[in-house]
Structures are given as C-alpha cells and as structure tokens.
Design a protein around this ligand. Structure first.
Ligand code: SF4
Ligand code: SF4
Ligand code: FES
Length: 249
C-alpha cells in the first residue's frame, strides 16, 4: 500500500478568475473515499509544496450516493466523490468540477439549470386535493411500477447532463434528466393530470427534438436509469400530442 494519497485538483477562486492546478499529498489510510480525502485537506490545507492554502471548496451531503451533491470529474469520469474509494482508482487522483454547469468555486458548481428545468416540467406530484380529483384512489399497475421505479431513482446528480453532447452552457437543451422526469410524472395516475402541459413544455425550443440520441447519458448515469427508453417513449407521446393539437383543438 502507498504511504500517501496524491491528488491533483483543478482550482478556481471565483467564476471570473483563472483556473490552476494544485497538488496535495495526504497520509494513506485504507477505505478513504474522495470526500473523506477532501475533508482531510480541509482540516489541514497544506499543498504538496508545503504551502498553507485556502481549503478546497466542494459540496457533499448524504455520503451514500443519494443526494448527488458531490458529483465531480474524477480521473476523467463524472461520478460521485462519496462513493469513489481511493483504493479502487489510479493515483495521482485528478479532480475537476463538472464543466457544463456554472462554476462557483474549486469543485463546486451551480446545478440550478437542472432544477429550473424540473420546475418547468412540473417535476412533482400534486398532493393537495388529489383525493378530491379521483373517484377511486390512484392505482399503478405492476408494469408501470417497474418503469416508474427506474426513473424515480434519479438523484439530480447531473452526470447525464455532463455527458450529453447537446447540453452545454450556451445550448437551450433541457437535458436528459428532466426529460426522464417528464415521462415519470406523466406516467403517474395523479401526475398525468398535467401530462399535456408537460409535453408542451418539451415540444418547443430546447425540448426533446434537440436530443441527438448519442446514448452518452445512459452510460454516465450511476443509477443505470434507462434514460433513452424514457426519451423514446416521450418522443411517441409528443408526436401524439402534436396530432391532437392539430386535429382536436
Ligand atoms: S441520448 Fe444523447 S443527446 Fe439525448 S439526452 Fe442522452 S446524451 Fe443527450
Ligand atoms: S438520470 Fe442518472 S445521471 Fe442523470 S441526474 Fe438522474 S441519477 Fe444523475
Ligand atoms: S454526498 Fe450525496 S451523493 Fe455524494
């Protein structure tokens, strides 16, 4: 086992300053994950040259790959820092922030564009008054449970957005995660009351037609969510909605 853990971290003080690389070495301990390594640096922020520096800024919360907050690029791959064990990856460990979201500082980015997209597609189930809407309680078939469960595991980490070639700072594309959630909430017995509104949201500029079907999103998703299946089903739903808009209204 090595005596030290070597890291190379891409740092940037604020969105307008220049980025630079800084190296760190911390004593080896088994079972370290990337967040516990960053915590060790935070407690003793001395770089590999022995200089005292500002602690590295990053985000983390659940520490069990549930919240998505710690997502960053580790040795070139976008993934969660809390579930990446140091013993399983090559050193020096190279850490970079995600590149598709605005940078806040060091490894922390602002994922608000993804949350704004979820607000736009009404990515929730209305509870108030839901029981008044229904004559019977909402039912979900076992077949739908399976499909819905797959998409319900999304933790809005942003890995799929980072990997998608159509999603970048100046593009209007809503991105794979919000598209997946559009289908999920449309396939819920209460959520489907807003199906038309959700479909209309993704039928315009930056919507589903911007997806180039490159499949990168599926490969990048740490929860193995079948995003492109959901996008294909949404594609059919938007076509039907388009015909309805032309012939029924
Ligand atoms: S299939 Fe490709 S273009 Fe479409 S959302 Fe996924 S990564 Fe992006
Ligand atoms: S679909 Fe997967 S990769 Fe995309 S935000 Fe959700 S959990 Fe992350
Ligand atoms: S801290 Fe929540 S996913 Fe890593």
């Amino acid at each position: 086992m090595p005596d030290v853990i070597r890291l190379k971290i891409k740092r940037q003080e604020n969105p307008n300053s220049k980025s630079y690389w800084e190296e760190f070495e911390i004593p080896y301990r088994p079972q370290h994950n990337i967040i516990s390594v960053l915590m060790a640096i935070q407690q003793n922020p001395i770089n590999a040259k022995g200089e005292k520096v500002a602690p590295v800024v990053y985000e983390a919360n659940c520490m069990e790959e549930v919240c998505g907050a710690c997502t960053m690029i580790i040795n070139g791959k976008v993934r969660q820092a809390c579930s990446t064990l140091v013993d399983n990856i090559k050193q020096p460990i190279v850490l970079e922030p995600m590149s598709k979201f605005p940078l806040v500082r060091d490894l922390m980015v602002d994922r608000d564009r993804m949350f704004a997209a979820l607000r736009k597609i009404r990515g929730w189930i209305d509870l108030d008054g839901a029981y008044d809407i229904h004559v019977h309680a909402p039912r979900v078939s076992p077949k739908d449970w399976e499909k819905n469960y797959d998409l319900s595991r999304c933790m809005t980490c942003g890995c799929c957005m980072e990997a998608c070639p159509q999603f970048f700072p100046t593009s209007k594309f809503i991105g794979p995660a919000p598209l997946g959630q559009t289908w999920l909430f449309n396939n819920h017995p209460t959520g489907k009351y807003y199906k038309e509104e959700r479909l209309h949201e993704i039928m315009g500029v930056g919507g589903i037609t911007d997806c180039g079907n490159a499949q990168n999103c599926v490969k990048a998703c740490p929860k193995d969510i079948k995003l492109t299946d959901a996008i294909a089903r949404l594609g059919r739903d938007t076509t039907v909605q388009m015909l309805k808009d032309v012939f029924i209204k």
